[in-house]
Design a protein around this ligand. Structure first.
Ligand SMILES: N[C@@H](CCC(=O)N[C@@H](CS)C(=O)NCC(=O)O)C(=O)O
Length: 238
């Protein structure tokens, strides 16, 4: 099948300054670029999501491709391979899909929770003003009613733990240029999304200046013409 002659519409979660911040949306942006499929980004804030297709979807990314629309980043990635099988595959084998899911499971269990304890208030402060009350209410519910201020208090002292939690990724990319080995794979996009997210909102850098993750992070930022690079990004390294 030839690539679509239309762009796939992608709803992106944007901050007050217009930057797209969601790590899940970034997976999809990279997935589309990987397959060489044009993308038409549509900015939306947290409170704008229920206004898309009469509230059919709860989260972004959401794509619209002709008559097909869907949310959920994994469903989207698998759909793209099904719908555009002649484009570079995201998952050349079922094992690639399974391995990328392991990367996600590790990140969710070991890294993302720790990142939330450092950056949740920064996300609130960077969100569109009209989204802040919603963000605060829903996220404070998720952390057992703690205020975002209390949840992130003393965060500098927890930076060493979150840095340590990235050790498996560090070990892997000191051996291979990408999580996928010689070339970037969907597992790279899953692992890289949180770094774009942090760069979008961080008021303290996540990583030490000499962190060996830097090479891989810069390689990911450079992919596909530097789609995630943005002069408004905040420092990721001390
Ligand atoms: N399982 C979903 C998760 C997506 C997700 O959590 N998106 C967040 C932004 S990072 C969202 O849309 N949140 C909407 C809300 O909080 O109301 C996926 O993989 O696409």
């Amino acid at each position: 099948m030839t690539p679509p002659n239309h762009a796939i519409r992608l709803y992106e979660l944007v901050l007050a300054d217009g930057k797209s911040a969601s790590p899940y949306v970034w997976r999809t942006r990279y997935a589309l670029a990987h397959k060489g499929i044009p993308c038409e980004p549509v900015p939306v804030g947290f409170t704008g999501i229920p206004g898309i297709q009469a509230g059919r979807f709860k989260t972004v990314p959401i794509i619209e491709d002709g008559a097909t629309s869907m949310s959920e980043s994994w469903d989207i990635a698998e759909y793209l391979d099904r719908a555009y099988p002649d484009r570079t595959p995201l998952f050349a084998t079922p094992a690639e899909n399974a391995h990328a899911r392991l990367i996600e499971a590790w990140l969710m269990a070991e890294v993302i929770r720790k990142l939330a304890g450092i950056y949740l208030l920064d996300v609130h402060d960077a969100a569109r003003p009209e989204d802040r009350a919603y963000f605060r209410r829903t996220r404070e519910q998720r952390v057992n009613g703690m205020s975002l201020e209390d949840f992130t208090a003393g965060r500098e002292a927890r930076l060493p733990q979150v840095r340590e939690s990235l050790a498996p990724l560090r070990a892997h990319v000191s051996r291979f240029p990408f999580v996928g080995g010689a070339a970037p794979s969907y597992a790279d996009y899953v692992a890289f999304g949180p770094f774009v997210w942090v760069s979008s909102i961080a008021t303290i850098p996540l990583l030490a200046h000499d962190d060996t993750l830097r090479g891989w992070i810069e390689r990911c930022f450079d992919l596909y013409g530097g789609i995630a690079r943005d002069p408004r990004m905040r420092p990721l390294f001390e």
